[in-house]
Design a binder for this molecule. Structure first.
Ligand SMILES: Nc1ncnc2c1ncn2[C@@H]1O[C@H](COP(=O)(O)OP(=O)(O)O)[C@@H](O)[C@H]1O
Ligand SMILES: [Mg+2]
Length: 262
């Protein structure tokens, strides 16, 4: 197989659609025949919950086969992969213990590159087309690890006044990360949770288009209650209700991302 491209989803603002975008892009890419590995990098376990019921996710989080254990032991990640119910789509679950990861990384040698080293063998094997990493809503040493392990970053931005606030911090942080991993590229901004009945979203779009050298994906994701129902059922919306507006939008966004990131 060919090259594996790692894409992470980061934004220090919580609720900006990182996990929903990561899970649905992964599922849509898998539907398109790509082999995809999802990595849940957030102690909130939402990416794991997007595919598995709560009991399973909590059991997994308490056990040994999760990202927290792998990082603690600095072990390569192949042994931590679980299959999702969907073809071509695997996951490395998270743990609530990830809450202490910043503290634990602090004393480690080359602490920015621990995740990168743990992923390397899977990348080199080339069995996956894409590795998608869901990040927590922070900008610290752990998100630095996620960015240093990635080839590209997608920034989901909620089309709301506070969705834009803090974006400057995100870009400042990205510039710092680029000093240690110059090969990292911003793939673009994905605009999420758009309510087209409200005129405000147009202002968000205008502000984003004015940002220099930043690509904004053409396909926006609008607010759709199917997203919430799908998450309530631990099924990505592109599988839960293929005919829904958000499923079609995520499928189209996945096509854009695959076109750009190859
Ligand atoms: N297109 C959408 N339509 C409706 N609700 C959405 C949509 N996208 C995300 N949400 C909801 O918004 C909340 C935040 O989304 P999430 O993906 O968890 O953001 P983040 O990972 O950035 O914190 C979740 O409750 C999710 O169900
Ligand atoms: Mg999240």
């Amino acid at each position: 197989m060919g090259k594996t491209i790692t894409i992470c989803f980061t934004n220090n603002k919580g609720g900006s659609g990182k996990t929903t975008t990561c899970s649905n892009l992964g599922a849509a890419m898998a539907q398109a025949g790509k082999k995809v590995l999802l990595i849940d990098g957030d102690m909130q376990l939402n990416l794991s919950l997007a595919f598995f019921p709560e009991n399973w996710v909590l059991e997994q989080a308490k056990g040994e086969k999760n990202l927290y254990c792998a990082i603690g032991k600095q072990e390569e990640l192949s042994g931590y992969v679980v299959h999702t119910p969907y073809e071509n789509l695997d996951l490395i679950p998270s743990s609530t213990l990830m809450s202490s990861i910043e503290y634990e990384l602090f004393t480690k040698w080359q602490r920015e590159f621990i995740l990168r080293k743990c992923i390397q063998k899977i990348k080199d094997a080339g069995n996956y087309d894409y590795i998608l990493i869901d990040a927590p809503p922070t900008l610290g040493g752990w998100v630095m690890n996620i960015l240093c392990a990635s080839d590209r970053v997608i920034i989901p931005v909620e089309a709301s006044p506070w969705g834009m606030f803090g974006l400057a911090n995100m870009f400042e942080f990205l510039n710092e990360v680029k000093q240690i991993t110059p090969e990292l590229e911003v793939a673009g901004i994905a605009v999420t949770k758009v309510d087209t009945r409200k005129s405000y979203y147009k202002q968000t779009m205008e502000t984003l288009y004015e940002l220099e050298d930043i690509h904004v994906f053409e396909q926006i994701i609008r607010v759709d209650s199917s997203v919430e129902w799908s998450q309530d059922n631990s099924i990505p919306v592109v599988e839960y209700k293929k005919s829904s507006r958000s499923a079609r939008e995520y499928t189209r966004l996945a096509e854009e991302v695959m076109e750009l990131c190859q």
